[in-house]
Design a protein around this ligand. Structure first.
Ligand code: FRU
Length: 492
């Protein structure tokens, strides 16, 4: 039996020991999904960055492997991506084996301490044995610093139309796009971000990919940009843009700022590279944390866990293109022992006769017709609580028109008090029912509402186990149409 510590995730990846932040270099190759990640193996706080490594055959069960990339004389290894160079454009392959190439940021601490701005540059490394051993390219960096402090987190993909690699790079408060024939020589194509999107903090960890609009054969390009601080509920969060990309320039549709996840704990998420065409999914994983308190969360020998891998889809709705997220379908197989919750009218608190046992999944479907104060309570949803009167509330607030996760009384708070709080995702109901899919692990909750149109990911650290679970409706009634609670098998 592995991983029985308090707060240890049972269906999410976390490192065995040490610190983890951003997911890096996710690539699929030869039956394995690779997940690299920002890792400080020696302590549980951020510091000299390595690329930790884990692999999975199903995106659910993970095996942690030895560290992939160590700091060297050019610097610590910050975030980046990985691709399979199928055509060996880089000439780093051997004997017909295409190289797995990692493109990452070097962060040079010594240079930073001299006061120059030129301490971040992009380097590459390659593996010819399925990511088990890595060689750094001999002429690193491949993209030196032009004199800009924040110059990092390269996400690279092959652009078939122009037959070039495209690098999407976070540069201070905007994005630079570069192209390359070989992953080594890079040319600046364009810049994006001035006067559009959220700018409450520095732009980080971008991703750019095409996605089919559901129910059409139209393709749009999605640009993810993490931002810290400046998220909708404070601190770190990920915004996105939808538009056109022609290999040179990204042209966004619309002006509205859109958020991938409104919860406080989904940051630096990017998507897998090289998912086979016959699969065709666009799969994202994020770091389940927020820089406001990431270095303080009260886990013991490790710090930092990742979201569930999520399939992203694009839907045209409300005169806009919006991302829809759902746990990858492989996750379904962890479900067992499902128990139905019968439909009923909820008013006040109604305890469900079942001890909450994590990990678990809760599916609820509420009636939203006849939307009056009496039969549609101001706030309704589900509440977990313990004998210390700590609680975690998840629901919809019909007065303020928003989904919320309320952990203001959930147990642990960070020294700066940025952790506890009631966090929201605006949404105006315009259908006759409202669906909630809620996945709760030992210290995290992921809410996929309205079939994944609204997402909130939040950690929680109750000081005692939650022992009761209730449906609630404040100031009025709401009808639960049906529900289901399922146990989830642990992945370790
Ligand atoms: C985002 C980030 C990246 C950087 C990495 C360093 O969380 O700040 O921009 O590459 O973390 O660990």
């Amino acid at each position: 039996e592995k991983y029985n510590e308090q707060y240890r995730s049972k269906v999410h990846f976390s490192p065995e020991t040490g610190w983890a932040n951003d997911p890096n270099g996710m690539v699929y190759y030869d039956g394995e999904y690779h997940l690299f990640f920002q890792h400080n193996p020696d302590t549980t706080i951020w510091g000299p960055m390595h690329w930790g490594h884990a692999v999975s055959k199903d995106l659910i069960h993970w095996e942690q492997l030895p560290i992939a990339l160590y700091p060297d004389s050019l610097g610590w290894i910050f975030s980046g991506s990985a691709v399979i160079d199928w055509e060996n454009t880089s000439d780093l392959g051997e004997n017909g084996v295409p190289p797995m190439v990692a493109i990452f940021t070097y962060h040079n601490r010594e240079l930073e301490n001299t006061g120059t701005d030129k301490f971040q540059s992009q380097g590459i490394a390659y593996s010819l044995d399925k990511g088990r051993s890595w060689t750094k390219y001999e002429n690193n960096p491949v993209l030196p610093n032009p004199g800009i402090r924040d110059f990092r987190d390269p996400k690279v993909s092959w652009h078939p139309e122009s037959e070039k690699w495209i690098m999407t790079l976070a540069v201070l408060d905007h994005i630079n796009f570069y192209s390359s024939p070989n992953l080594i020589d890079w040319t600046l194509e364009s810049e994006f971000g001035e006067g559009i999107g959220a700018h409450g903090g520095v732009w980080e960890c971008p991703d750019l990919f095409p996605l089919q609009v559901e129910g059409t054969d139209e393709i749009k390009w999605v640009l993810l940009v993490s931002i810290n601080p400046g998220g909708p509920n404070g601190g770190s969060a990920t915004q996105y843009f939808v538009g056109e990309f022609d290999g040179h320039v990204f042209e966004p549709h619309g002006e509205r700022t859109k958020w991938l996840d409104y919860g406080k704990d989904n940051y630096a998420g990017v998507t897998w590279s090289d998912i086979p065409d016959e699969d065709g999914r666009r799969i994202l994983i994020g770091w389940m944390n927020n820089w406001q308190y990431a270095n303080q969360v009260p886990t013991s020998t490790w710090r930092g866990a990742f979201t569930l891998p999520r399939t992203l889809k694009l839907t045209e709705i409300y005169n806009d293109y919006l991302l829809v997220s759902s746990p990858v379908k492989e996750f379904e197989k962890l479900k067992s022992g499902s128990k139905k919750i019968l439909g009923s009218i909820i008013s006040g608190m109604q305890e469900i006769n079942m001890k909450p046992q994590f990990p678990m999944e809760i599916n609820l479907n509420f009636n939203t017709e006849n939307n009056t104060a009496m039969n549609f309570g101001e706030r309704f949803g589900i509440i977990l609580s313990n004998e210390k009167k700590e609680s975690l509330k998840i629901g919809y607030d019909n007065l303020n028109k928003l989904f919320f996760i309320d952990r203001s009384n959930g147990g642990w708070d960070s020294p700066n008090q940025e952790f506890a709080g009631n966090h929201f995702a605006p949404y105006i109901v315009n259908s006759s029912s409202l669906s909630f899919k809620i996945i709760i692990d030992n210290s995290s909750v992921e809410l996929f509402a309205v079939d994944g149109l609204v997402v909130m990911t939040e950690q929680f650290f109750s000081t005692k186990e939650f022992t009761s679970i209730s449906l609630f409706s404040e100031k009025g009634e709401v009808e639960l149409l049906d529900g289901e609670i399922s146990k989830l098998a642990e992945i370790w």
